[in-house]
Write a protein that binds this ligand. Structure first.
Ligand SMILES: C[S@@+](CC[C@H](N)C(=O)[O-])C[C@H]1O[C@@H](n2cnc3c(N)ncnc32)[C@H](O)[C@@H]1O
Length: 349
């Protein structure tokens, strides 16, 4: 395979000595061109901005047992880290299909993998929701293996314009595909107090759900905008810092993370599409086909576990993971995101 580097894009000029806005951060836009900077960040156990490090790669490859000539699906392409490992194992005659709903990151990953020699003859990338796997098989045929690495990528979190992180000011969007559906800011405006409470409990087990939901709805009803990540963070901070809560900075941060996650899950209907994917999955696999699913949220893991166990009992799967596989302590040390990962697998009967 070629090892060509992508063409350098001329960076935007910034004022002063350091880039401030995300648009000016040229290394984050094309991290693969800055090897020394990447090495330095990786050595500190951090993920270079603009990149995503694939999790549990060797564990997933052990499960999927990919051999040349097979046809597989990476249902969550992201930065393409897992896809790249699969493509290496499929050569010389296999084919990988890859799906993602992100209209911004998908073409960049396609270009990056094409520059490594994986063009459309071996890698077919589709901008689509993985829940429609039943439609994809009409084109691809049945799959020998499938991977789904659920949730969001580091690139999505790093880009303040996507509104996934409360660390930086950005529009309160939280959509994996911002060209479809309602942003989190618009979605909030449609909610009743009871529905918002339910979302915070169901999707994030938020202990202070009543106070947070009340503060959000009361701000909105007074016409106070919650249009940015910082505005939502400030509302949560203002309500939970004084008595009777008296939460410290760390606890406020964790609360904000839970609330953002709860909204993200709802805005993208993440549980709904996962349920549909799990239902459609067996019919998209050949007999003996193997599937691995990596999840980062107890609500996701519970769904995967239930579906695998139910379909094992009914004879659809011949083998399923007895327990979730966790990332090694070394990987967790080097990549904090791996700590919450749970990997489950199944084999079609
Ligand atoms: C954790 S990242 C995957 C990272 C990838 N495995 C890698 O090695 O770079 C999850 C990706 O799945 C995508 N995604 C999440 N839900 C999806 C869905 N229902 N259908 C298609 N893509 C989805 C997200 O947009 C994101 O790019």
């Amino acid at each position: 395979m070629d090892n060509e580097k992508p063409e350098h894009i001329r960076r935007e000029r910034y004022k002063g000595t350091h880039p401030k806005s995300f648009k000016e951060k040229y290394k984050e836009q094309q991290p693969e061109l800055y090897e020394a900077a990447i090495e330095k960040v990786l050595a500190q156990g951090r993920t270079p901005a603009g990149m995503h490090r694939p999790i549990c790669v060797s564990e997933i490859m052990d499960i999927l047992k990919i051999v040349p000539g097979q046809v597989g699906l990476d249902a969550t392409l992201g930065y393409g880290g897992h896809s790249l490992e699969m493509l290496k194992r499929l050569q010389p005659s296999g084919r990988l299909y890859a799906t993602d709903v992100d209209p911004f990151e998908l073409p960049r990953t396609k270009e990056r993998l094409a520059a490594l020699g994986y063009g459309e003859d071996v890698l077919v990338i589709k901008k689509m929701n993985f829940c429609a796997i039943d439609q994809l098989v009409y084109e691809s045929g049945l799959f020998d293996f499938v991977l789904a690495d659920l949730g969001v990528s580091s690139m999505q979190i790093d880009n303040p314009e996507r509104g996934f992180s409360m660390k930086l000011e950005g529009p309160l969007d939280l959509r994996l595909n911002p060209t479809k559906g309602k942003s989190a800011a618009d979605f909030l405006k449609t909610l009743t107090l009871e529905k918002l409470e339910e979302i915070l409990v169901e999707n994030a087990d938020e202990p202070n759900y009543e106070a947070i939901a009340k503060a959000i709805i009361s701000n909105l009803s007074k016409g106070i905008a919650i249009a940015t990540t910082t505005q939502l963070k400030n509302i949560i901070t203002d309500i939970l810092t004084p008595a009777p809560f008296r939460l410290n900075k760390d606890d406020i941060k964790k609360t904000c993370q839970r609330c953002f996650q709860a909204l993200r899950i709802e805005v993208n209907n993440e549980f709904g599409v996962l349920d549909l994917f799990l239902k459609n999955l067996p019919d998209a696999l050949v007999s003996g086909g193997r599937v691995a699913i990596l999840s980062f949220h107890s609500g996701e893991d519970r769904r995967v576990k239930k579906s695998f166990q139910h379909l094992f009992r009914t004879g659809v799967y011949s083998e399923v993971a007895p327990d979730p596989i966790r990332a090694s302590s070394e990987e967790c040390f080097n990549n904090a995101r791996a700590r919450s990962a749970k990997l489950r697998w199944a084999v079609k009967a």
